[in-house]
Design a protein around this ligand. Structure first.
Ligand code: NAD
Length: 350
């Protein structure tokens, strides 16, 4: 069936994989990528599909309510998959307001535009909000986040995402807007911006620079290959129950230190370096404030109700990711020059 879907944040890390998944899988859909191209947005991520007839790009900032409404008027979308966000926890600590503007106000602008354009005729319509497991706060050494876990955000980033999740649900409860939400664990994969742990370590190993690990390295995260997240979004967008949220993860927990050691091992093998070479670069740095000890997702609902299963193990996904970065050093060098370098230099204190 012919449909128009607006994907916000489609030039970013996860958004670009979602755009590609939809453009390739649904040639009959019209996919419109709406992105402001902040430091994290990069149209290079979509080079391979930019000429497809079912894809177009619109540069727009979701904090601009009237611009967003005009875009909705022009394209008359049947659905929205909303990924545009300020997404980096460390940046939220230095500039929380930017996170409120994009993640909260921007989301409300999109909700208002959808409500206005659809005018209570919600047949065949869907607003899919993409969120994070960080809204649930921190876990101790045991337990998992389920869809019923109470929200308890600790960083300005997670507080802004929690707020946006609440607004999305409120528009469903108050106006009947047809929504679904996904809360996903940490993603990794090709095109990951190198301020995040895995690409940062790949970049630093290549350049023989220290690998900064917060605190004692015991922080635990649940990791999912980005293409598997894109596939989960496709599934929930098409088959998720109206008004429901779905936790997305791969039951794949790693302490940061173990993850970085696995990465070092694979990098040594791929670069033909002696075992243990990269691990020598590991450097413990001062902890970030409000750091959550452990996140882990219970993905039983999406597995059971929608038959979702990740396609790769962590070791396989990591290997694909490293190979991609080794083949795309130019991409990495482009995004790590200029502003990024200035940002990086202010971040990590030994
Ligand atoms: P990203 O930072 O790589 O990309 C964000 C994109 O949004 C960029 O293309 C940027 O240009 C765009 N953007 C930012 N502000 C905008 C604005 N005001 N108007 C329009 N576009 C704007 O982020 P990501 O890691 O791909 O995350 C995408 C979404 O998935 C976010 O909502 C994030 O909260 C969520 N999420 C991320 C992870 C993860 O591990 N990265 C995990 C779970 C959920």
């Amino acid at each position: 069936m012919n449909k128009t879907i607006l994907i916000t944040g489609g030039a970013g890390f996860i958004g670009s994989h979602v755009v590609r998944e939809f453009v390739n899988k649904y040639p009959e859909y019209n996919i419109i990528n709406v992105d402001a191209l902040t430091y994290a947005g990069n149209l290079e991520n979509l080079k391979d599909i930019e000429d497809r007839s079912n894809y177009s790009f619109v540069k727009a900032d979701i904090t601009d309510a009237s611009l967003i409404l005009n875009i909705f008027r022009e394209y008359q979308p049947d659905g929205i998959i909303h990924l545009a966000a300020e997404s980096h926890v460390d940046r939220s600590i230095t500039n929380p307001t930017a996170f409120v503007m994009t993640n909260v106000i921007g989301t409300v602008n999109l909700l208002n535009a959808a409500k206005e354009i659809w005018k209570d005729n919600y047949e065949g319509k869907r607003f899919h909000h993409v969120s994070t497991d960080e809204v649930f706060g921190a876990l101790g050494e045991t337990g998992l986040f389920t869809e019923d876990t109470k929200y308890d955000p600790h960083s300005p980033y997670s507080a802004s995402k929690a707020s946006s999740d609440h607004f999305v649900r409120a528009y469903h409860d108050t106006y009947g807007l047809p929504i679904v939400l996904t809360n996903c664990s940490n993603n990794y994969g090709p095109n990951h911006f190198p301020e995040k742990l895995i690409p940062l370590c790949i970049h630093n190993i290549l350049n023989e620079k220290p690998l900064p690990i917060y605190g004692d390295g015991k922080y635990t995260r649940d990791w999912l290959f980005v293409i598997d997240h894109a596939k989960a979004i496709d599934m929930v967008y098409h088959q998720g129950k109206n008004g429901d949220s779905y936790n997305v993860g791969g039951f794949n927990e790693w302490q940061n230190i173990d993850l970085v050691k696995e990465l070092c091992k694979q990098m040594d093998e791929k670069l033909g370096r002696a075992a243990g070479t990269s691990a020598k670069l590991i450097t413990f740095v001062k902890d970030r404030p409000g750091h959550d000890l452990r996140y882990a997702i219970d993905a039983t609902k999406i597995n059971k109700e929608l038959g979702y299963k990740p396609s790769v193990t962590f070791e396989q996904g990591l290997s694909i990711t490293i190979d991609w970065f080794l083949k795309n050093e130019e991409w990495l060098n482009n995004v790590t020059s200029g502003d990024y370098q200035n940002y990086y230099d202010t971040q990590y204190e030994g």
